[in-house]
Design a protein around this ligand. Structure first.
Ligand code: OXD
Ligand code: MN
Length: 581
């Protein structure tokens, strides 16, 4: 296999001349090719077979311990002008960055195979989908790309038809953290990633293309590329409303995306369209239509259990790749929160020792095709996408932020998204548990200046005459004893029902300075072990605390200087004044 497209053939030749691989393999995406890669990795020790009787087609990959998460401090957006990348990104001059990367890539594939991986983000026949080609020397990356994207011949055919594609160049290198960079060149639709094999740094279709590069393209072309799950919520009469929800990494997007409503919510169902990324376009009817550009999950394993996410467990017993989990004595994958069984070995491949940290790395992952998900939506492949009724923002906030609130209008919704904050998690290297502003859960993923991004969100709202309603949720409030106040997981269905009810004009809310909040009687809490005072606290407004929050939001927004849209500053002032009243 090779290509009819001169621009692609030439790029592959140039990369090969620079990196000097022993072989070049064009990937067709076939099952046979996948099995060949698995055999190769079993032979090299990159993959270990798990128990094939209980977990057919499942393998374990253990990373270098220094390479287990995204590296935000080594991730750069290289636009010609630093202001275009904005204070939300690390910036490097594009020619300096290219030179640095060329030096690293020079001869870096000697003795290795260069894989050419054409892929399509989104259903191959969807006008909303976009294509890319990743060149990598890692068979682990190729195998994961096959599970995560529409990869191979069909994607290549579309690329040859369209003539354009995002170029992604990846090399594992020697995994030296001092020689690790994830560079984005949005103006030339190019990604260069060196020195890491970790998902978010190396599977370039995901964060690098579908968020950083796509968000930049989306602004130019008038659409949105977001860090959001997409679900269909079906009521007992069979009517489905679609919701897109943005939460920072490790705040439960995957769990919410495949939620199973508890018995008390009889007749309600949740259908999974996506768990991490959402591309939305304004349709001719004025609604936002969304596709999931991915074809698989790269989900966080720890905490995935029978009581938290039974759908995920059900899809993980075949054809999955596990990265950095532990194993049991019968060689089945294991992580904290999976079962009461004692693991035999930890994620470093050593015998498990209770005193020596968790068996699975806190950011250990599973990769599996979305088609394995029991709640996979029959609309997930729809070329036109699904119509979005509600956009939900949320973060991990121990205090202050109520369980749920609704924005007064789109502009206020943009403020809710732009002022989102969350406690940091293990998905990225660095301190865990520190509250940071993470607008629209896009802090690590927006490929341009956040001030321009907020302005773009406001513009999309102007274009969409039937824009979704916007909400904010917080599943993570704690009481003075440090206990979670809301049960979360499947019980979040009760909050989703209020959200859907609001979109359909069927349930009440009280107007407050910070937004529309349900009164306790607006939420169905029948059968929940929840004290009335706790519910009251979850739905109340702490005036002094919010005044302080609004002042912090004001300073945060001011840090974007003159590029900040006046409308957003006005929204902040409006809420701050309402809180003084
Ligand atoms: C992810 C992340 O892998 O957000 O989805 O880190
Ligand atoms: Mn994510």
């Amino acid at each position: 296999m090779s290509t009819k497209l001169p621009a692609l053939a030439q790029w592959v030749e140039e990369v090969a001349a620079l990196t000097r691989p022993d072989n070049i393999q064009w990937c067709d995406g076939s099952q046979q090719e996948y099995e060949g890669l698995v055999d190769l990795m079993k032979a090299s020790g990159d993959l270990k077979e798990l128990n094939q009787e209980t977990h057919p087609g499942c393998y374990l990959h253990l990373s270098d311990p220094s390479d287990v998460a995204r590296v935000e401090h080594l991730t750069f957006v290289c636009t010609e002008k630093a202001e275009d990348a904005g204070p939300n990104n690390n910036w490097m001059d594009p020619s300096e960055a290219r030179q640095k990367m060329d030096e690293l890539f020079e001869g870096s594939m000697e003795g290795r195979t260069l894989y050419v991986v054409p892929y399509c983000m989104g259903p191959v026949d969807s006008p909303l989908a976009r294509c890319g080609v990743e060149i990598t020397d890692s068979p682990y990356v190729v195998a994961n790309m096959r599970l995560m994207t529409r990869m191979g011949s069909a994607a290549l055919a579309r690329i040859e038809r369209e003539g354009s594609f995002v170029k992604g160049l990846h090399c594992t290198g020697d995994l030296d953290p001092d020689r690790r960079f994830i560079m984005h060149f949005p103006e030339s639709l190019t990604i260069m990633s060196f020195g890491s094999g970790y998902g978010g740094n190396a599977l370039l279709g995901k964060k690098c293309h579908a968020l950083r590069i796509a968000s930049y393209q989306a602004r130019q072309e008038g659409w949105l590329a977001e860090h959001m799950l997409i679900v269909g919520i079906e009521d007992p009469q069979g009517q489905v409303s679609y919701v897109a929800a943005a939460f920072p990494s490790q705040c439960g997007k995957t769990n919410l995306a495949m939620l199973i409503p508890p018995a008390s919510q009889e007749g309600w169902k949740v259908w999974t369209v996506g768990d991490d990324i959402c591309w939305m376009h304004v349709g001719e009817d004025g609604q936002l239509w969304a596709i999931n550009p991915e074809a698989g999950f790269f989900g966080v394993a720890p905490g995935t259990g029978e009581d938290t996410n039974p759908n995920a467990l059900a899809m993980l017993d075949r054809d999955a790749i596990f990265t950095n989990v532990g194993v049991t004595s019968s060689n089945e994958p294991w992580w904290e929160g999976k079962s009461d069984e004692r693991p035999a070995r930890n994620w470093r491949g050593a015998d498990y020792d209770d005193g020596a940290g968790p068996a699975a790395h806190p950011n250990s992952r599973f990769t599996v095709s979305i088609k394995r998900c029991p709640s996979y939506s029959d609309q997930a492949e729809a070329p036109q996408g699904v119509p979005i009724s509600a956009i939900v923002f949320g973060g991990r906030r121990e205090r202050l932020v109520p369980l749920v609130m609704e924005a007064k209008d789109w502009q206020h919704g943009v403020l809710l998204g732009a002022s989102m904050a969350s406690e940091t998690t293990a998905a990225a290297t660095g301190a865990v548990g520190v509250v940071r502003r993470d607008p629209m859960a896009m802090k690590p993923f927006c490929g341009y200046n956040f001030a321009d991004y907020f302005a773009h969100w406001l513009t999309v709202g102007e274009k969409a005459s039937r824009a979704p309603k916007v909400f904010h949720v917080n599943w993570f409030r704690k009481d003075e004893n440090g206990r979670f106040m809301w049960p979360g997981f499947g019980e979040n269905m009760r909050v989703l029902r209020w959200i859907v009810g609001r979109c359909r004009g069927e349930v009440g809310a009280q107007d407050t300075a910070i937004g529309l909040l349900p009164s306790p009687e607006d939420l169905d809490v029948t059968g929940l072990d929840l004290a009335p005072e706790t519910l009251e606290a979850l739905l109340s407004l702490d005036q002094a605390g919010w005044q302080q929050e609004l002042s912090e939001i004001g300073s945060y927004l001011e840090s974007y200087g003159e590029r900040l849209p006046a409308e957003l500053a006005a929204q902040q002032r409006r809420v701050a004044e309402a809180l003084q009243a």
